[in-house]
Design a protein around this ligand. Structure first.
Ligand code: 13P
Ligand code: SF4
Length: 426
C-alpha cells in the first residue's frame, strides 16, 4: 500500500486497515494546497514546525488541469510526454519519493548514486530531478552546460539544508580563523577543514571548495572524514550534527572532542579551549524526519519481534544509532534487506515512503518502520505526479519549466568540493 493510500485510509477513520495514524491531517491534501500560502513553509510532514527561511524558493500555481486531473489521466499524460521526449529526458528519483512518482523514474537511488547518475547521463538534454532542491543543484553542477536540470516543485527544499546558510557558516569560519590562524602545522595540516553534507546549498559546497574542504554523503562520510583528518587538525562539519557525530564516534573520536556550534550563540555556545581541543566541530543542524526515531521504539520492536534486525539512517540521534544493529545510507538499508535470508524481520529507521516500498518489494520478509506514525519528509512530499506531468508536457512543447541553475561563480568552486568527494574511495 502506498503511503498516500495509507494516509487516506487513516484520515477516513479506517486506521485499523492502515495500521497507524499520521503526524498531520493536512497530508491528505495535495501539495499545491501549500504552494499558495502567504509565508514560506515546508508543508505537512516531519518538518512542518521547522522555520522556513524567508528566501525559500516558492512554487507558483500549478495550472488547474494538472490539479484536477485524475491519477489515471496524469499517468496517461506522463507516459505520453515521456514517449515523445524519448532519450532526450531522464527522470532521476530519490528513494524517499512517493510511489506514484517513483514509478516513472529511469533511475532511483540514494543521494550519492543520484549525483553520480547526473554525471553519467550526458545523452539526455534534460534531467528531471524527483528529489529535493540541493540534489537538483548538485545535478546541475555535475551535468554538462548543455543539459537543463528541472525540479518539478520548487518548494521541495530540505529543512536540514536550510539550517546552515552561507552567512552563518562564513561568520563561524572567521571566528575559527581568528582563533587558529591559517598556517599549517609541522605535518602540513591546516587548522580546520570544512566538510559539508550533500544536504546543503550549492553556496556551502562552493565554500568548501574554496577553503580546502569537501562534500560527503551518508554513504561515504567515514572515508571523507578520513580524507579531512589527513589534511587538517580539525573538521568543521555542517549542517547535520548527527551524521557528523555518529560517523566520527565510529572512527574513535571521543564525544568530548566534538563540540556543537550553535550559530545563534556567541562562540557557537562553546569556548576557546573546547574548540582548540576539538577534532570535529558539529553544526547545530538536524533532520526532522530522523529525529523522530527513539531508543524506546527500538526496545518495543525488540520486545515484540524477537530476532528483529534494526537498521537506521545515520541522520538519527546517536543513542538511536547505538541501540540499532546497523546504520547506513538509504542504499545501504536497501542492500541489507535484499541480502537477507527469507523470513527475516526488519525494523527500519528512515523515511516512510522508502520503508513501505521495501515492505512491498520483499514480501518474504517482515519489514516495518520504527515510528508507528506515518510522517513523510515534508519536502519530498511536495513532488506529485501533477507537477511531473506539467514539467514533462512543458518540455515536449519546447518549454523548460522550473530549471535549477547554479551560477558559475558558485558552481565552479562547488564542483571542486564535489570532485574531491567523487575521488574518495569509500
Ligand atoms: P541518502 O544519501 O542516504 O540517500 O540520504 C539523503 C537524505 O536526505 C536522507 O534524509
Ligand atoms: Fe532533508 Fe530530512 Fe527530508 Fe532528507 S529526510 S530531504 S534530510 S528533511
Amino acid at each position: 500500500m502506498s503511503v498516500t493510500t495509507a494516509i487516506q485510509l487513516v484520515t477516513r477513520g479506517e486506521a485499523a486497515t492502515a495500521g497507524t495514524g499520521t503526524c498531520s491531517p493536512d497530508l491528505v491534501r495535495d501539495p499545491w494546497a501549500f504552494d499558495a500560502l502567504p509565508m514560506p513553509s515546508y508543508g505537512p510532514g516531519a518538518s512542518v514546525h521547522d522555520q522556513a527561511p524567508p528566501a525559500t524558493p516558492r512554487q507558483g500555481e500549478l495550472p488547474e488541469d494538472y490539479r484536477t486531473a485524475s491519477p489515471e489521466e496524469l499517468d496517461r499524460r506522463i507516459l505520453a510526454a515521456k514517449d515523445t521526449l524519448g532519450e532526450s529526458v531522464v527522470i532521476l528519483g530519490h528513494f524517499y519519493q512517493r510511489d506514484e512518482v517513483v514509478r516513472y523514474a529511469d533511475f532511483v537511488g540514494d543521494s550519492y548514486q543520484l549525483a553520480r547518475a547526473a554525471t553519467e547521463r550526458s545523452a539526455a538534454r534534460s534531467i528531471i530531478f524527483c528529489g529535493v532542491h540541493f540534489m537538483a543543484e548538485t545535478a546541475d553542477i555535475l551535468s554538462t552546460p548543455e543539459q537543463s536540470v528541472i525540479l518539478p516543485n520548487l518548494a521541495a527544499g530540505c529543512s536540514m539544508a536550510d539550517m546552515a546558510d552561507i552567512d552563518s557558516v562564513t561568520e563561524c569560519w572567521e571566528q575559527l580563523t581568528a582563533l587558529f590562524g591559517t598556517g599549517r602545522d609541522a605535518d602540513g595540516r591546516r587548522p580546520v577543514i570544512p566538510v559539508t553534507y550533500m544536504n546543503s546549498s550549492a553556496a556551502l559546497k562552493a565554500f568548501c571548495g574554496e577553503n580546502g574542504g569537501i562534500v560527503c554523503t551518508s554513504s561515504n562520510a567515514a572515508a571523507v572524514l578520513q580524507w579531512a583528518f589527513e589534511r587538517g587538525r580539525r573538521v568543521l562539519f555542517f549542517p547535520d550534527q548527527h551524521l557528523g557525530r555518529n560517523t566520527a564516534k565510529a572512527m574513535g573520536v571521543p564525544l568530548e572532542q566534538m563540540p556543537l556550534w550553535n550559530p545563534r550563540r556567541p562562540w557557537g555556545g562553546t569556548d576557546e579551549q573546547t574548540l582548540r581541543d576539538a577534532r570535529v566541530i558539529l553544526w547545530h543542524g538536524f533532520c526532522s524526519v530522523h529525529r523522530r526515531f527513539t531508543v524506546a521504539q527500538i526496545e518495543k520492536a525488540r520486545a515484540e519481534y524477537p530476532g528483529v534486525r534494526v537498521i537506521v539512517h545515520p541522520e538519527c540521534p546517536l543513542p538511536v544509532v547505538d541501540a540499532a544493529d546497523a546504520s547506513g545510507s538509504t542504499d545501504y538499508i536497501r542492500k541489507a534487506i535484499a541480502a537477507a535470508a527469507p523470513g527475516s524481520t526488519f525494523a527500519i529507521g528512515t523515511e516512510i515512503n522508502m520503508v513501505n516500498r521495501l515492505a512491498a518489494q520483499y514480501p518474504e520478509h517482515t519489514i516495518f518502520c520504527l515510528d508507528p506514525v506515518i510522517c513523510p519528509c515534508s519536502t519530498m512530499y511536495r513532488i506529485h505526479p501533477g507537477y511531473l506531468a506539467w514539467v514533462l508536457e512543458g518540455l515536449a512543447e519546447g518549454r523548460v519549466l522550473n530549471r535549477i541553475t547554479v551560477p558559475d561563480s558558485v558552481a565552479v568552486p562547488a564542483r571542486v568540493a564535489l570532485d574531491r568527494m567523487l575521488a574518495v574511495q569509500p
